[in-house]
Design a protein around this ligand. Sequence first.
Ligand code: ZN
Length: 189
Amino acid sequence: MGDRVWYIARPGPTPEDAEARIAGLISAMRDAGLIAGEEAPEAILGPPEGPVYWPGPRAEDGLPEGLGRFTDLDCCGVEFIARPIFNWGPLNVDAFTAPCCSAELAASEVIDRLGTAAGANRDFSATAIACPRCGAASGVNDWVRGGFLLARCGVGLWNWQVATGVLEPVRRLARAAFGPELVEAGYKI
Ligand SMILES: [Zn+2]
């Protein structure tokens, strides 16, 4: 099985007190038994973007029958991120529909612009992308349906099962920490 990460994130703008909100979410998830122990950067792949913890004793309470346990995996940590999150999963497609003019574009026509604006520049502006077809400006997230390319802050669940029973307890606490309008997306490594 490949590794994957699922983000539950705040679309924006970045709250000035992002660090405090993250700290509050860490505390709430610990109290709920969703994370446990000391910081454990080894519980995820790659350099962490913030504090990482192992899952807690309640993390799999809502695991649907038939889905494999994830808390025994070497990579199953929870990553708390108080800075922009680039989720490149939506770039792994063959074509895009332009949000401005509905043109069907081959991925190669626009993917460099999206990758640069979202991945390199962390550009949240509504003018980040100029449509290669009609020239109109749009934001990076306008180019993805469901999910996001760029979010402001959030939590990354590494190898957690993407199932309602597993995610809902995290969502509930994330809404309290970040506000009601969350976005979710992920990718396989
Ligand atoms: Zn266009």
